[in-house]
Ligand binder design. Sequence first.
Ligand SMILES: [Zn+2]
Length: 187
Amino acid sequence: MSKTKVLALWRDEKMNDDEARILRTPCAEIPAPFGPDSRRDIELLLEAFLEREDALGLAAPQIGVSRRVIAFRNRNFDKKGRVNNAEDCDVLINPRITQARGEPVKGLEGCLSCPDLQMEIDRFPDIKVRALDRDGRKINRRYNDFLARIVQHEMDHLDGKLIVDYEGAAYVPEKNKNFFDRLFKKE
Ligand SMILES: [Zn+2]
């Protein structure tokens, strides 16, 4: 079975304007109670996330669905391979940060939609998030440290924001250095 395609701003040193347009589009909220189309969008994202071995999280716009849904691993971060049960993963619909605490902490982030790039980004180490769960129930969750970083990263996608938009230091493979030099100069 082929995996769901994850959209990327560039691939093999070529910019993908069509995919970028979708990744850059702010996503729409999903009204509750969820109708069949909304349920399908939520399941599509969860399935796309569960079939990947190389993602800690995934946001709906990355699979071309402009809706406010994110899925991410919520424990066992150092375990290899894909998440194989739904308990190891959180799905948040229409997430909103209601409280962010602590001094922002620097950390390196990569993104399937920004291949070969790692950026140093400041994130809050302690956030509270209000969202709906997969059944459309209101939930409030608190996330700390690495998990708080993942949630903030995935939530950025819902507003069309990607790691390449941050100011921090960029780390790229030597062989792609020219490509990234041009990319960052242009922006
Ligand atoms: Zn990402």
